[in-house]
Design a protein around this ligand. Structure first.
Ligand code: FE2
Ligand code: FE2
Length: 248
């Protein structure tokens, strides 16, 4: 297994590891994003068992002990399995997450107390990089779910939203909605809920320049249209499920 590194926005690096054994024959990627600044931030830690691989990839960009922030969308192994390994190698590092994530899991599971972020709170990383944390409860899954938006490059680190199979390019302008619908049909990974379409449409209002997918390429096409199309697809799924339940 190897981890490839690509700069997908100015000062934001995608670390991508392809695992062909997951969802064969297409396979599946796991991506972390390193946002450079005076206080570098890693979004997604990688699986605990992948730590040596991801640590080696980060060390090609910065001395890993310089890492200041460890952030992720929600509490799952691929998002934060190596959180404590990162805290151990980077003495200044803090886990940063929303209130729910800290109260429900991280106050206990993180080896140092996490920094609690309010919905909409910004961390200034220095060198013009500012990340805004946004709560997206249960979207696509996890009560504590949230996303991170880097305001200068307008990069939305959207976690499991738009999850797709395969090992695509680091950055694309091709369709990401169709592959996401296919993966949702296959994995059924989202917690369908009434707020889903509205919350995803609210993310579209950020007018991101780039969507940084955790499982898929980064997308530099019409991000607003893609987010609205994804929201519409979740609205459709919810309406279909309600109709089926009503008819039962
Ligand atoms: Fe997840
Ligand atoms: Fe994930």
């Amino acid at each position: 297994m190897e981890t490839r590194i690509n700069e997908i926005a100015d000062g934001i690096y995608r670390l991508s590891t392809f695992v062909p054994e997951i969802a064969p024959p297409a396979g599946f990627t796991f991506n972390q994003f390193l946002v450079l600044g005076d206080d570098p931030l890693l979004f997604h830690t990688g699986l605990r068992k992948m730590f040596p691989l991801i640590h080696s990839a980060v060390s090609r960009l910065i001395p890993p002990e310089r890492l200041r922030w460890v952030a992720f969308g929600h509490y799952e192994a691929d998002e934060c399995g190596a959180m404590n390994e990162w805290l151990a190698v980077a003495p200044q590092a803090e886990v940063a997450h929303g209130q729910t994530g800290c109260l429900v899991s991280l106050n206990d599971m993180a080896d140092r107390p996490p920094r609690v972020l309010q919905d909409g709170e910004v961390i200034d990383l220095g060198k013009g990089r500012r990340v805004r944390y946004l709560d997206t409860p249960h979207i696509p899954h996890g009560w504590e779910a949230g996303v991170l938006f880097e305001e200068t490059t307008r990069t939305l680190m959207c976690g499991d939203l738009f999850t797709q199979l395969g090992d695509g390019p680091a950055l694309t302008e091709s369709d990401i909605v169709g592959p996401a619908i296919f993966a949702e049909d296959l994995f059924k990974y989202s917690s369908l809920n009434p707020g889903m379409g509205t919350t995803i449409r609210r993310l579209a209002e950020l007018s991101p320049r780039t969507l940084a997918l955790m499982h898929g390429p980064s997308f530099a096409g019409d991000t607003t249209a893609a987010l609205r199309a994804l929201a519409a697809d979740y609205d459709r799924r919810l309406a279909d499920d309600i109709a089926v339940a009503a008819a039962a």
